[in-house]
Design a protein. Structure first.
Length: 376
């Protein structure tokens, strides 16, 4: 996509700089006069507010349903005296506590930026997810402990049919809500929502385990199976909690999300403009649902401030249009350095070219993150 400013049209010392609504002379269509490469449906602030509002609504729903499902599970335990159902009911207490803390964290993350938090309060999502992951791990460990105890000190079971029906209903509701929350968390880049979804799904898995175990007890008449299945699913739950804690620590430490960056680089590569001579030192940081991108972009040295800003704006619009979450930028525009950069420059008819173009650098995950300009 060729584009360049005619540097030979020099402005005289007393010439008034053109107003924004005037047509600027150039040798090709200017980005400021043509439609943006992409347009987003929402303004960044509107998208952020909409995303946070939806997240808070869904987290509130998870909290309310958590209370109801907890009551159903304790009723099932009171009817059956089943150790597996009791562990499932105890995990529901953790679900409610985690949902309440997640809702508090979402409300805190939604607070506007202030002088003490110039990037907002989104990092609290990682703390909340880590807390919820730790609770999930402890729930799995409690299931192990209780099931192990009852292997040596078994308890009689009663009315398993009714207990199975109540547990099955609670498990299905948990899985459906958890699946939706997890998908929404991934889509909205909200680790709190994703953690809540995983938590509810882990609860549903434990419910499935106890249903299988109690079903086998009904068929075989061996109460030991109830505890063995509880131990198995307790291990699965602990592993889920470990994964959430690991991801929360990675977020707090600003660990690079290589898959996310790779997707962005692929988008830039498909729609790159000739006057974007180079992009390097590309970094992405997550602040709750908001992505913060900073990088260096090389443009022709003879572009004035307005022209360089227009190219930076096009670069931003491209990434915003291909993101489902709010994105903010800090882009440093570097001037090209002839003849060193001429070898990778793809601009046709450049009036200041001092060396032929030899190579078109394909931007990749490996080379765009380096803090150095690309060269032949």
């Amino acid at each position: 996509m060729p584009c360049f400013w005619d540097a030979r049209k020099k402005r005289q010392p007393n010439e008034v700089f053109p107003q924004p609504n005037r047509k600027l002379k150039a040798t090709c269509l200017e980005v400021s006069e043509q439609p943006r490469i992409f347009r987003t449906e929402f303004k960044p602030t509107d998208l952020r507010e909409y995303t946070l509002r939806q997240n808070v609504r869904m987290q509130t729903l998870a909290l309310v349903m958590g209370f109801g499902l907890m009551g159903i599970k304790f009723l099932a335990w009171w009817i059956t005296n089943s150790n597996a159902i009791l562990t499932d009911a105890l995990e529901s207490i953790i679900n409610v506590v985690a949902a309440a803390f997640g809702l508090f964290s979402l409300l805190l993350a939604a607070k506007p930026r202030d002088s003490n938090h110039p990037y907002g309060h989104g990092k609290v999502e990682f703390i909340s997810a880590g807390f919820e992951g730790a609770l999930i791990f402890l729930a799995g460990f409690a299931i192990w402990f209780k099931a192990g105890y009852n292997i040596f000190y078994p308890q009689p079971l009663y009315q398993l049919g009714l207990g199975l029906a109540l547990a099955a209903f609670a498990g299905l509701v948990n899985f459906g809500l958890g699946h939706y929350l997890e998908r929404r968390g991934v889509h909205a880049n909200s680790l709190i929502m994703e953690a809540s979804g995983k938590h509810l799904k882990s609860d549903a898995y434990s419910s499935a385990g106890l249903l299988i175990g109690l079903g086998l007890v009904l068929i075989t008449g061996i109460p030991l199976l109830d505890n063995l299945l509880a131990i198995l699913f307790g291990g699965i739950i602990m592993f889920t909690g470990y994964q959430l804690v690991r991801r929360s620590v990675a977020g707090i430490m600003d660990e690079a999300d290589y898959q996310l960056i790779d997707d962005m680089v692929a988008t830039l590569q498909r729609h790159r403009r000739d006057c974007w001579i180079d992009v390097h030192n590309f970094r992405v940081i997550k602040y709750g649902p908001t992505l913060h991108i900073d990088c260096h972009m090389t443009v022709p040295w003879y572009y004035d401030t307005r022209r360089s800003h227009a190219e930076v704006k096009n670069f931003e619009d491209l990434l915003k249009a291909n993101s489902s979450v709010p994105v903010e930028f800090f882009i440093h525009a570097d001037p090209c350095d002839p003849p060193r950069n001429c070898g990778i420059c793809q601009m046709k008819g450049c009036p200041e070219r001092q060396a032929p173009s030899e190579l078109k650098v394909e931007w990749t995950l490996e080379n765009i993150m380096k803090n150095a300009q690309h060269e032949v």
